[in-house]
Design a protein around this ligand. Structure first.
Ligand SMILES: [Zn+2]
Length: 215
């Protein structure tokens, strides 16, 4: 089975990716892991990735495509894969569809874990960090904002303020929407409600996968 998993930061995508990969025995293809591995192996492509990342830039679609091609081509059809963090752009989606045609493979399920902006902001902006020892806690549990560890004062880091979280979220959605649109021309993209415990969300995904397998 081949699965593509979409989800914004804060959606719980990473947790669900681990659960699906484990229960279905799939190969986890995470762009973060692929980029780190490419840098480590010191190939020409890896060196290119390293200098791009060092400059604080995004790895180009064509480099990303080359890396994905290598990884997916090495995974047996019997095992299958779960793509996590790819495709993120329109061109990456088009490249992926072309690659799958070449390999004679298809996508069995495209899953989009959806959590609305309010909930994402609640999840990501509630974090408090201790000025003194760096301990991270949740605002609701620390009404007086005193660190349990060192009695220092806990506060919300600039990056985790609601307006910053919301801005990052909007940029992410605007960038990734075209990737889903292209894919949706060939495959159903199943939107899953990402609010609930990890187990509840996993059950929703599992029931979609079962429906697909029965179809
Ligand atoms: Zn502290």
């Amino acid at each position: 089975m081949n699965i593509i998993l979409f989800g914004a930061p804060g959606s719980g995508k990473g947790t669900q990716a681990d659960l699906i990969v484990e229960s279905h025995g799939l190969k986890h293809v995470s762009t973060g892991d692929i980029l780190r591995k490419a840098v480590r192996d010191g190939s020409d492509l890896g060196n290119q990735v390293e200098s791009t990342l060092a400059a604080g830039e995004l790895v180009s679609d064509s480099v990303m495509m080359d890396l994905i091609r290598r990884v997916i081509s090495d995974i047996s059809v019997e095992q299958g894969w779960l793509l996590d963090g790819f495709p993120r752009t329109e061109d990456q989606s088009k490249g992926l569809l072309t690659l799958l045609d070449e390999l004679g493979e298809t996508v069995d399920a495209a899953i989009d874990i959806f959590v609305d902006n309010d909930e994402i902001v609640r999840r990501l902006s509630g974090r408090l960090t201790c000025d003194e020892c760096g301990r991270v806690g949740v605002a609701e549990n620390n009404a007086n904002n005193t660190c349990r560890n060192c009695k220092g004062s806990m506060r919300v880091r600039r990056d985790d303020k609601p307006e910053t979280v919301l801005k990052r979220q909007k940029i992410f959605r605007a960038r990734t929407r075209p990737a889903k649109d292209v894919l949706a021309q060939e495959y159903d993209v199943h939107r899953i409600d990402g609010v609930g415990t990890p187990t509840e969300v996993a059950q929703r995904i599992q029931s979609v996968l079962e429906q697909i397998n029965q179809a």
